[in-house]
Ligand binder design. Structure first.
Ligand code: ZN
Length: 135
């Protein structure tokens, strides 16, 4: 009998951002230590793996963590932030406001393009605030 498993691996990265639409303190430039949980589901291979944790670590580190860690996340339409940081700091441009929800969806899309059977992405912005995307 085939059993479907879900495994997950947790990552951390630091990133600066702001929400240009926000009328509260999130409008100001600030940073988070993000906690990212990546869930992969599937049947077991002949060894008893859904995916080798080492392979998952390599893909997420290369595609997500190395790209975002210690950068400034910039919404491309945020003219104030673009002019303030883009030629001065290491930045990553996004075509959307960098909410935890939007970042979750972007991370899922990037990892799905690597043929990973992503079942869930959880992105913690703070120890008490998270976005969960179930696929
Ligand atoms: Zn924030």
């Amino acid at each position: 009998m085939n059993k479907t498993f879900e495994i997950s691996k947790t990552f951390y990265f630091d990133m600066t951002h702001r929400l240009s639409f926000h009328e509260g303190k999130c409008n100001n430039l600030h940073g988070h230590t993000y906690k990212l949980e990546v869930f992969v589901s599937g049947d077991l291979d002949k060894h008893g793996f859904v995916i080798d944790f080492g392979d998952l670590k390599k893909i997420v580190t290369e595609d997500i963590i190395n790209l975002l860690d210690h950068t400034v996340a910039v919404y491309a339409n945020d003219d104030l932030l673009v002019s303030a940081v883009c030629d001065k700091f290491q930045t990553v441009l996004f075509p959307f406001e960098t909410t935890a929800e939007n970042l979750c969806a972007w991370i899922a899309e990037k990892l799905q393009s690597r043929s990973l059977n992503i079942s869930k992405i959880i992105l913690w912005e703070t120890p008490t605030n998270k976005a969960v995307l179930t696929l």
